[in-house]
Design a protein around this ligand. Structure first.
Ligand SMILES: Nc1ncnc2c1ncn2[C@@H]1O[C@H](COP(=O)(O)OP(=O)(O)O)[C@@H](O)[C@H]1O
Ligand SMILES: [Mg+2]
Length: 216
């Protein structure tokens, strides 16, 4: 089982969107998947309430109980657990970080957002966990921007940037209104293809050697 914690101090960077999108993708590939929602704003939980399908499962949890929820998921045969966290999360989510194999830090493509990931990178380092930045919301018509943002991040921080990214796409916004994600709302869309590429990259990378396989 792989446990991925979505972490960023900034609201709106894409933590909940990425958690829900990856979960639906895993579900589509017949994997057992669970989202543990640690955010008091309950974005993932409310998304699930709007959803027709029961899967992927979302459980709201107190941060202190997260280890139990992860252990239970493993006993139940889950392949993937995604932990969605609130912005400005501090010591409260340290148990979630300890329970994770990978800390995934979504970051939008702007200098303010790049500045704002410093805390998350430090928190991941403090917990001695593999961490990686996912560039989210990249403008679709700016071909050099991925490389520029990737360079800006790796020049500033000791953290790898995933070679796959998510562009700014309306399908992420529209699908969420009906408790879906691009993968089930618009399966042939570019947004769905990007989510699939992200999912494959994360799931086909063996646990424990995650860091070596990410580009720097
Ligand atoms: N790649 C994207 N393209 C378009 N909209 C996005 C994208 N990622 C996130 N959003 C939108 O941005 C808003 C904030 O995203 P969310 O996942 O809730 O952020 P966080 O959980 O980090 O606060 C939501 O309305 C979501 O639909
Ligand atoms: Mg959120």
């Amino acid at each position: 089982m792989k446990t991925i914690c979505l972490l960023s101090q900034k609201g709106g960077s894409g933590k909940s969107t990425v958690a829900c999108s990856l979960a639906v993708c895993a579900d589509k590939h017949d994997k057992g998947v669970l989202i543990i929602d640690l955010d008091p704003q309950s974005t993932a939980t409310k998304w699930h309430e709007r959803r027709e399908d029961e899967t992927p499962f979302v459980v709201p949890a107190q941060p202190i109980k997260v280890q139990e929820a992860v252990s239970q998921a493993e006993k139940d045969g889950a392949d993937l657990v995604l932990i969605d966290t609130p912005p400005h999360s501090t010591g409260a989510i340290s148990k979630a970080l300890d329970a994770s194999d990978l800390i995934l830090i979504p970051c939008r493509a702007s200098i303010n957002d790049i500045d704002a990931i410093e805390n998350s990178v430090n928190i991941a380092g403090y917990h001695k966990k593999d961490a990686a930045v996912l560039i989210n919301g990249l403008p679709p018509n700016a071909p050099n921007m991925f490389r520029d943002v990737q360079e800006a991040i790796t020049e500033t921080y000791d953290v790898p940037v995933l070679p796959v990214f998510l562009s700014q796409r309306a399908d992420f916004v529209h699908s969420a209104t009906v408790g879906k994600t691009p993968v089930d709302f618009a399966p042939n869309s570019k947004a769905a293809a990007e989510v699939e590429a992200l999912y494959k990259h994360l799931m086909h990378t063996k646990q424990g050697i995650l860091k070596r396989l990410f580009t720097k």
